[in-house]
Design a protein around this ligand. Structure first.
Ligand code: NI
Length: 202
């Protein structure tokens, strides 16, 4: 992980932490004046995307199941493969209970990540991992809903000449679409930490 990615990861962790703190009962009061009083979580919300089979899906299609939301892209050299491996290993560690969870990877690079591209990528991590793409507007909408971050940056080493800095947090949403918790999929014991928290939440 280079320094820029590290900085993004740290920033994302801070934002995620702030979002989580903002959802604590005590702090919700103070925030309520600035937010619509719909009872919606600060993280999560509507999205419309296209899955790796080419089918259009929305957040509502996942109601009744937990979802784990991870933003990434198939050409990512390090953060995404690590994050997806950690998610897969944690789900396997949780066992049968984890069948209630649908892991999602939403691409931040819809230009290159077509449904076909995602279809060749997601099964190598987990048999139930769903790859999601869409128009750049649809992807931007999903990023906004999850307070996510993605920035295209020049990368002469990459064949296409660019890469993305992006959010690396994983969000767990409940069967009603509400925010449960977030995970940092990086670092020592990331699999164990994620698996333990999942066992508590499910
Ligand atoms: Ni990545």
């Amino acid at each position: 992980m280079n320094l820029r990615l590290l900085a993004v990861a740290v920033l994302a962790a801070l934002i995620g932490g702030a979002a989580a703190i903002a959802m604590l009962p005590g702090t919700r009061e103070r925030l309520s004046g600035a937010l619509p009083s719909t009872g919606q979580a600060l993280v999560g919300g509507p999205f419309t995307l296209v899955d790796h089979t080419g089918k259009t899906v929305t957040d509502k299609d996942f109601r009744g199941r937990y979802i784990m939301v991870f933003f990434g892209f198939t050409h990512c050299p390090d953060v995404c493969p690590t994050g997806l491996q950690v998610i897969s290993a944690a789900l396997d560690q949780v066992g049968a209970k984890a069948d209630k969870v649908v892991p999602l990877m939403i691409t931040v690079d819809p230009e290159r990540d077509t449904p076909e591209q995602l279809a060749g990528y997601v099964p190598s991590f987990h048999p139930r991992l769903v790859g999601l793409t869409g128009t750049s507007e649809q992807v931007a909408g999903a990023l906004k809903a999850y307070r996510g971050y993605a920035k295209k940056v020049e990368d002469p080493k990459s064949t296409a000449g660019y890469t993305y800095d992006h959010t690396a947090l994983v969000y767990l949403m409940d069967p009603k679409g509400g925010f449960v918790t977030h995970f940092n999929p990086m670092g020592d014991k990331a699999v164990d930490r994620m698996a333990e928290r999942l066992k508590q939440a499910l």
